[in-house]
Design a binder for this molecule. Structure first.
Ligand code: 3HC
Length: 335
């Protein structure tokens, strides 16, 4: 539903790969590798700024997946049937898996997972704004599947073509799973919309609360996005925040019509000349308040995450003790 062709042309800015000032032969090889759309791998030389940008983006992405387990996780015990509970359990577990692939991809850049988690737990690392909103009703779980995961797919399919090999490869599997997440959310909402008037109202209410934060989730407008230009030159980012947002709006309008819900934007209308939907103004003050730690659930999300990490200390200790025993046994046997 959201697939963007993997052979889509690269950004018109391609070719402007170099870091200003860098001129040695390693830079030339790096530029040549990207110009011919070959991947950069962990053992390859890379400009320090490229490495840092990847660590920033991949770790923020990993944190988003892990924190993103919470809004839906708190509905597992309240899912309305065994089938819905099993689906939700699998989905939340997938998010945990996505986080782990992404921390592994970040580690290939020479940063430790402990350092990344410390930054998250200290409130210094960013994660997606969208996970700081509450899930008030069962319909929210369906709307997260439909809209939040739909937006995630829109943003993440182009990252399957990212210039850094480990990130691009991790994204292929993640996107396949995200696609299932999106469809299960839409199917759950379809079922609710065939139910009672109260159920239909509950779905509409959830759409009203999530729609605008989902549009903001694509990131600031291109003109206010400090990382976009360089990210696109380096082939990390392939499609801009605004372009992805527009694609998402265009894809969502017909889906909302089939579902029978109204998108809460009085300015939403088809623009024949542009071949796209026009949409209303996003509240960027609200977005930045959430990104900066002042959303409705930021403190709760972080506290839950820190507690889960602390509660899991015995598992890490046990795994390390087992690894030490295995190593000692291997040494004894080799002696
Ligand atoms: N929430 C929190 N911070 C955000 C944000 C959001 N929705 N959108 C942008 N920002 C931050 C950026 O991280 C950046 O912060 P920094 O400079 O301090 O690191 C700042 O706002 C400026 O934004 P830019 O547009 O300049 O930043 P980028 O070029 O990195 O673009 C991005 C932001 C589009 C989110 C890009 O980093 C990206 O595509 N990341 C990979 C995908 C990702 O992380 N998605 C998060 C959701 S994961 C998810 O949805 C899980 C699924 O299971 C539902």
């Amino acid at each position: 539903m959201y697939t963007q062709a993997m052979d889509q042309p690269n950004s018109p800015q391609d070719g402007l790969r170099s870091v200003p000032g860098a001129s040695d032969s390693r830079q030339t090889e790096f530029d040549a590798r990207m110009d011919s759309d070959r991947k950069i791998e962990p053992q390859d030389w890379m400009p320090e700024a490229y490495r840092k940008t990847l660590v920033r983006q991949i770790s923020q992405h990993a944190h988003s997946e892990i924190i993103g387990m919470q809004p839906e996780g708190n509905w597992i015990s309240r899912a309305p049937s065994l089938k819905r509970k099993a689906i939700l359990l699998a989905k939340v577990q997938d998010e945990g898996g996505h986080g782990l692939y992404l921390y592994s991809a970040a580690e290939t850049l020479g940063v430790s997972r402990d350092a990344l988690l410390d930054a998250l737990h200290a409130g210094k690392a960013k994660y997606s704004s969208i996970f700081n909103y509450p899930t008030l009703t069962w319909a929210d779980v369906g709307v997260i599947g439909w809209l939040v995961h739909g937006a995630a797919i829109m943003n993440q399919v182009p990252i399957c073509r990212c210039s850094y090999g480990p990130y691009a490869r991790a994204m292929i599997r993640i996107c396949k799973e995200e696609s299932f997440h999106q469809r299960q959310g839409y199917e759950s909402l379809m079922t609710q919309m065939k139910g009672t008037p109260a159920q239909r109202e509950m779905v509409q209410d959830a759409v009203d609360r999530w729609y605008w934060p989902v549009l903001a989730m694509f990131g600031p407008p291109d003109a206010d996005s400090p990382n976009s230009a360089q990210g696109m030159r380096w082939g990390i980012k392939r499609i801009s925040n605004d372009e992805l947002r527009q694609k998402f709006v265009d894809a969502t309008v017909p889906q909302a019509a089939i579902l029978g819900v109204t998108l809460p934007d009085p300015d939403l209308k088809w623009n024949e000349a542009r071949g796209h939907h026009d949409y209303g103004a996003i509240d960027w003050d609200d977005f930045w308040a959430v990104v900066n730690g002042n959303g409705p659930c930021n403190k709760e999300r972080l506290a839950t995450r820190v507690k889960a990490h602390e509660d899991g200390q015995w598992v890490r200790d046990a795994a390390l003790a087992y690894a030490r025993k295995q190593q000692a046994r291997a040494l004894r046997e080799a002696a």
